[in-house]
Design a protein around this ligand. Structure first.
Ligand SMILES: [Zn+2]
Length: 218
């Protein structure tokens, strides 16, 4: 299977994302995102089918409002990608939004921007390019879908660290709020950082996520 020669429809089927609208984006950007999503699915096969939309941030927000207007809608905005979700029991609808600004520069530009932010300590050490950001967003998806930020096992882990530690061992961005902290730990652990604490948060997240799937018979 060669992802680089796939047509949009094939990509949509391969990635198993029902609402898939990347028409406005440059081919190289679509490829970057698709290739990395495939890696995510290789690492976590149970995530296939759990991302239900992929398109521009604005379109995903609109889509959510149209589909389920009475539900509580939240939207987590990020540096260049974002995760949109609707809360209904546990999460039922979740999309990965791509910021249209990404289209205005080439991939090398963004990769350089991200690498600089990583060097400054703003992003994690292992967040070196656009593809790495996908892992951060997937971390959000897992977190929101099972309300991991309220999970007692997570909260007891969180108690063990302070702001200084988080800034040094994870990133400045991880200090933004508990969601960014989880997403940054997830990225760092999946990039093989070897940080025990990021690994612990990530393993707990995966454990709890698979438990929820089991309970729901998924
Ligand atoms: Zn984030």
């Amino acid at each position: 299977m060669n992802i680089t020669t796939m047509k949009m429809q094939e990509l949509k089927e391969t990635l198993e994302i029902p609402w898939f609208h990347l028409e406005e984006f440059k081919e190289e950007l679509i490829l970057e995102i698709s290739i990395e999503l495939m890696k995510v699915y290789q690492q976590y096969p149970f995530l296939k089918g759990k991302i239900q939309a992929l398109g521009s941030n604005e379109d995903i927000l609109k889509l959510m409002q149209e589909k389920l207007p009475k539900e509580k809608i939240s939207f987590a905005l990020n540096y260049c990608m974002s995760v949109g979700f609707i809360k209904k029991e546990n999460l039922l609808f979740i999309g990965l939004g791509i910021h249209p600004a990404l289209n205005k520069q080439n991939i090398d530009f963004w990769n350089e921007e991200i690498r600089k932010k990583s060097e400054e300590g703003f992003f994690t050490k292992h967040c070196q390019n656009l593809r790495d950001i996908i892992w951060h967003e997937v971390g959000h998806i897992l977190d929101y879908q099972i309300s991991f930020w309220k999970n007692p096992n997570f909260l007891s882990l969180l108690k063990k660290v302070d702001g200084n530690y988080i800034e040094l061992a994870v990133s400045k961005y991880a200090l933004t709020d508990v969601h960014e902290f989880i997403a940054e730990c997830f990225l760092e652990a999946n990039k093989g950082c070897g940080n025990e604490f990021c690994d612990l948060v990530t393993n707990t997240l995966i454990q709890e996520y698979t438990l929820v799937l089991k309970k729901k018979g998924m």
